[in-house]
Design a protein around this ligand. Structure first.
Ligand SMILES: Nc1nc2c(ncn2[C@@H]2O[C@H](COP(=O)(O)OP(=O)(O)O)[C@@H](O)[C@H]2O)c(=O)[nH]1
Ligand SMILES: [Mg+2]
Length: 288
């Protein structure tokens, strides 16, 4: 079954983001550190050719650091500035702001040379749903905006938040769903909560999770469910092993529905520990 991952309203949102992007000098693109390539918007590069970008690997606290570090290097080798972030615990946020300043130092110098009074740098946060955009913005504001008093009655269409005297941040993030035809990307985005469960075939997604765990995190898979499968065990067989351990039979058959939900829930609550879904060697091999 081919799933349509890109609903119509996303096309509209994407257009709106493109309009807003025209207003900024530098873009903070948040990607999920557990699937940095799958959650990165490849089309953004076409949209914001002339703008600087910082790729923020958010939720770094949840990923397999060793695997994700390969992706950071990969992005850097492809000309991006890349930084880690754990927005939930407010880590690295000032580093990110400093990086933005560094990235734009040339532009500022050019303005000064031309005799233009340098204005504050304008930035905007974009990324797929659930990647942590709102959390990131809120934490950055708490850290950096001295006075964010509510002013009732002020219609705020577009608010620029002053992060320091040199940098302003657009207060509303841009939700940008990558348009893709790769089913595996869709399944990973579903696992990290970027695609709503009600439009997702969760049976496929959970079998795909089993497949990833089997290939790259086999010990964790076995220990969480107290099963004993190996790299060659069929994914459906693994699901049935888990069903056998965790649920009673229903009319003599495995309780697939509960097992599917359990697997996805266990991934989202870090039962398997720190996992990176985008395996570096495997994805690059597929690309070539
Ligand atoms: N563990 C972890 N959770 C995060 C991080 N950043 C955001 N979250 C959580 O991810 C979920 C989605 O965050 P939100 O800011 O609403 O994402 P948005 O849809 O991109 O605006 C929330 O439950 C956040 O608490 C992070 O760096 N680490
Ligand atoms: Mg949000």
């Amino acid at each position: 079954m081919v799933i349509q991952w890109f609903p119509g309203h996303m096309a509209k949102a994407t257009r709106e983001v493109r309009e807003k992007l025209k207003l900024v000098d530098i873009v903070f693109e948040l990607v999920d550190a557990r699937c940095p390539l799958s959650s990165h918007n490849m089309y953004l590069d076409e949209v914001v050719k002339d703008k600087k970008k910082i790729i923020i690997f958010n939720k770094i606290d949840l990923c397999d650091k060793k695997e994700t570090a390969k992706w950071k290097k990969y992005f850097e080798e492809n000309g991006y500035k890349a930084v880690y972030s754990d927005s939930k615990n407010s880590k690295n946020l000032n580093d990110i702001i400093n990086s933005a300043r560094e990235e734009l130092s040339e532009k500022l110098e050019r303005m000064i040379e031309k005799g233009i009074k340098p204005r504050a740098i304008r930035t905007m946060v974009i990324g797929v749903p659930n990647v942590g955009k709102s959390t990131f913005i809120n934490k950055v504001i708490n850290k950096n905006v001295a006075n964010t008093a509510n002013r009732p009655g002020v219609t705020k269409k577009q608010q620029w938040l002053k992060l320091n005297k040199n940098i302003e941040l657009l207060d509303t993030p841009g939700i940008l769903m990558p348009k893709f035809d790769n089913q595996e990307i869709g399944k990973k985005l579903s696992l990290v909560g970027s695609i709503k469960d009600d439009i997702t075939p969760l049976d496929d997604v959970s079998l795909y999770l089993i497949d990833i765990l089997k290939r790259h995190y086999l010990e964790k898979l076995n220990s969480v469910y107290k099963i004993n499968v190996n790299h060659n065990t069929n994914n459906l067989t693994i699901m049935e092993e888990i069903a056998k351990k965790c649920y009673k039979l229903i009319d003599g058959d495995y309780d697939y529905d509960s097992t599917i939900k359990l697997l996805i829930q266990d991934f989202r609550t870090q039962k398997f520990g720190l996992i990176t879904l985008d395996n570096f060697e495997e994805m690059l091999k597929n690309e070539n």
